[in-house]
Structures are given as structure tokens and as C-alpha cells.
Design a protein around this ligand. Structure first.
Ligand SMILES: *[C@@H]1O[C@H](CO)[C@@H](O)[C@H](O)[C@H]1NC(C)=O
Ligand SMILES: *[C@@H]1O[C@H](CO)[C@@H](O)[C@H](O)[C@H]1NC(C)=O
Length: 378
């Protein structure tokens, strides 16, 4: 009996020890989770920057945003037209920033005016944005001071259902890209794959441009209707990793000279620098056709390289292109004049990391018609 009771005592103490151990382990796990969140938060697209010629690096925290003159728009996280706390800066429609409940950068929104004209596939002029591209363009609840209706397009960097959840402090936000596709923010979005291999066939392979990577345009083809020109394109590096995206719209917006980063405005005479022109529908060659765009980088631009095969073709074509420069000369000058202070945000990486292993992977499609990289001309 004595032996049995002492055994029982031992069993009791063992289980108490075990439960203490379990409590301690849970504590450690929660601590590790907390550390991981810290790492994930700081690792979430740390290279985020906007670029046309000049670089613009948006603030990464609400505090930085306020220091840069941004003001917070809303007190409620779940707004009717977007989720997150929106910070805006005067003269800056391109970089409206969304922060989540935990002050993490959760997305970026760009606003465009609703008073621009574009063209449809019959070369008829029509009001932009056309219904074919709503969504991802969405009617905003805001207006410009001139009374012009505002439209927005919004990208989130974490799953949209996490942004306004108070529980995400212990969730791994990580990196992601989600394009808002409706006002039901938590459900209506397009998740962009981080790996180019997982892109659906809707995404057509375009040019690869130096330090911008391989471009993918949704539904772009010779048969596309111009009113359907999709406002989002994607940029992947030679390893097939998502490295950035861009907005692309029909029209020609007027712009404050005080904007920190300008739109790249293009007309048909400049397409060859940015597009594989063999992919474009005839309506885009209407001489009055205008588009404007901005690139949003998620990765360091030095990682946005093209496979070497393309680089060789670029060289050949560059020399051929010199013959054509006469006609486009003044456009090039105009672009170059606008791009006054090119300055890479990030120092060039050391030799070892670039090139090397990145050429093993064949891209989905090699395009030999890539033209000079005017979109980034330093
Ligand atoms: C629209 O204009 C382009 C360029 O001028 C032309 O190639 C195309 O055939 C026109 N489309 C229609 C339907 O008229
Ligand atoms: C890369 O390597 C070359 C030759 O080895 C050297 O001249 C050059 O300075 C290096 N560049 C960088 C960025 O390290």
C-alpha cells in the first residue's frame, strides 16, 4: 500500500511537472510566434517604391507617414470602399497608403480622376474608366476639390481578411499581393501568384526590361478591345519571382508639378520602348490614344534582371534601333528631360549575387521583340 501511494505521489508530481513543462513550451512558442511576426512585418516588401524615372519610397509606418506630411483619412478600419487606415499626401494620388490594425503597411491605393476620355475598339471616344475595367478600378466616395469624381485601384500586401482583424498580431502577414476586385474587400480580390509559373493563361507574357523584369499584361492581345485595357500589369524577375506591378490607364491626366513621382505618359509613338507591339490591338495605334502608368516595385530593382538570352537580343536590337532614332528623337528628349534626378534607391549588390544561378530557369516565354528600356531610361 505504501509503495502504491508513493507511486501515486510520483505519478502526480510527474504530471504536474509535465503540465509546467507544457505551459513553458506554450510560452516559448508564443514568444517565437511574436518574434516571427516582428520579422515578417519588417520583411514585408521592404523595397516598396514607386518609379517613373525618379524613385519614390513611401513611408513604412504611420509615424513615418505623418513625418512626411501624410494625413490619416479614416478612424474605422472597414470602410465601404477599402479596408485599412488610409494615409494621403497632398499632390500625391499615386501613393495613398493603407496600414492595418497593427500599424503594418497593408496596401497601396492609387486614385485617378473620372473625367478623362479614352477610346474603344472602334476608335470612338468614351469616358474613362470604362465599365469593362470596373473592377479593379472602383468608384470612390471621394471627389477632387474641383468636383471631379475620384476612382481608385487598390493593392493589398497581406490577405484582405487580415487587415482589419485585431487577431493578426499573432498571424504571419508575410508577403503577398492582392488586387481589390469589389467592395466586399475580404472576399473580392485577385491573389497574384508570387511565382510566375503559377500565373493563369489570362496573363500574357510581354517584354523583359532591364531592372524591371518580365512583364505580364492581362488579356492583352491583338483582339483585345481597347476599352478593356487592363489597369494592372505584373513584373517578375529571371527566377520567376514577383518583384513588382504597375498601374496602366487610358487617358492623359493633368498633374501637379509638386507631385513627388509623376506618371509616365505614353502615346503610340513610344510603345515600342515598353511593349511588344505585335501584341497590341489596332485601336491602340489610333494616333490620339494615350496611356499613363506607374511602376510599383516590391523587390530591389537589381534583382529584376532578364535572362541572358534576352540581354543578347537587346544588344542586337539596340544597335538596329539607332537607325530609327531620328523620328522619335524629340519624344526621347522630352522623356529624358523629365527624368532629372535618377538615383537608385539601393546600392548595387556585389557581383556574386547577380546573374549566376538565375539563368537556369527558362521563363514561360522568351520574347525576342523586346525593345529598348525607355521606361527606366536613367
Ligand atoms: C482605329 O485606328 C487604327 C489606327 O489609326 C486603325 O488601324 C484601326 O483600323 C481603326 N479601327 C477601326 C475599327 O476603325
Ligand atoms: C565585379 O567584378 C569586377 C571584376 O571582377 C570588378 O571589376 C567590379 O568592380 C565588381 N563590381 C562590384 C559591384 O563588385
Amino acid at each position: 500500500m505504501a509503495a502504491a501511494s508513493s507511486n501515486k505521489w510520483r505519478v502526480g508530481s510527474t504530471s504536474r511537472l509535465l503540465s509546467q513543462l507544457v505551459t513553458a513550451l506554450v510560452g516559448v512558442a508564443m514568444f517565437l510566434d511574436y518574434v516571427a511576426v516582428g520579422v515578417a512585418a519588417s520583411a514585408s516588401w521592404e523595397h516598396l517604391s514607386l518609379r517613373y524615372g525618379k524613385w519614390y519610397r513611401p513611408p513604412r509606418t504611420p509615424r513615418e507617414a505623418r513625418a512626411m506630411g501624410y494625413r490619416r483619412v479614416n478612424e474605422i478600419c472597414k470602410m465601404d470602399t477599402y479596408h485599412g487606415f488610409l494615409y494621403v499626401q497632398r499632390h500625391n494620388d499615386k501613393s495613398r497608403l493603407l496600414f492595418d490594425h497593427n500599424d503594418r503597411l497593408a496596401g497601396i491605393q492609387t486614385a485617378i480622376p473620372g473625367n478623362m476620355l479614352g477610346f474603344n475598339s472602334l476608335n470612338e471616344s468614351l469616358q474613362m474608366p470604362s465599365k469593362e475595367i470596373i473592377p479593379p478600378i472602383l468608384l470612390s466616395q471621394e471627389q477632387y476639390s474641383s468636383g471631379i469624381q475620384m476612382y481608385t485601384v487598390t493593392a493589398y500586401f497581406q490577405h484582405p481578411s487580415l487587415i482589419c482583424s485585431p487577431y493578426t498580431q499573432h498571424a504571419h502577414a508575410g508577403k503577398g499581393l492582392y488586387i481589390q476586385m469589389g467592395y466586399q474587400v475580404e472576399r473580392q480580390f485577385e491573389k497574384i501568384p508570387l511565382d510566375a509559373d503559377r500565373l493563369s493563361d489570362d496573363w500574357k507574357t510581354g517584354t523583359c526590361l532591364h531592372s524591371m523584369g518580365r512583364h505580364y499584361f492581362k488579356h492583352l492581345s491583338k483582339d483585345m478591345k481597347c476599352e478593356s485595357l487592363y489597369p494592372v500589369y505584373l513584373m517578375y524577375n529571371a527566377d520567376g519571382q514577383l518583384g513588382g506591378f504597375g498601374w496602366l490607364f487610358q487617358g492623359s491626366p493633368s498633374e501637379s508639378s509638386r507631385t513627388p513621382v509623376r506618371w509616365l505618359q505614353l502615346d503610340p509613338s513610344l510603345y515600342r520602348a515598353s511593349f511588344d507591339v505585335s501584341m497590341l490591338p489596332p485601336c491602340m495605334f489610333n494616333p490620339d490614344f494615350k496611356i499613363f502608368t506607374i511602376r510599383i516595385y516590391l523587390r530591389n530593382e537589381h534583382t529584376m534582371i532578364c535572362p541572358r538570352r534576352d540581354a543578347k537580343m537587346d544588344d542586337q536590337r539596340d544597335s538596329k534601333d539607332h537607325a530609327h532614332h531620328g523620328g522619335r528623337g524629340h519624344h526621347l528628349d522630352r522623356i529624358n528631360n523629365e527624368e532629372v534626378t535618377f538615383r537608385p534607391l539601393h546600392p548595387k549588390p556585389t557581383n556574386s549575387s547577380s546573374g549566376g544561378g538565375s539563368n537556369n530557369r527558362t521563363p514561360k516565354y522568351i520574347n525576342s521583340r523586346t525593345t529598348t528600356s525607355l521606361w527606366m531610361t536613367p
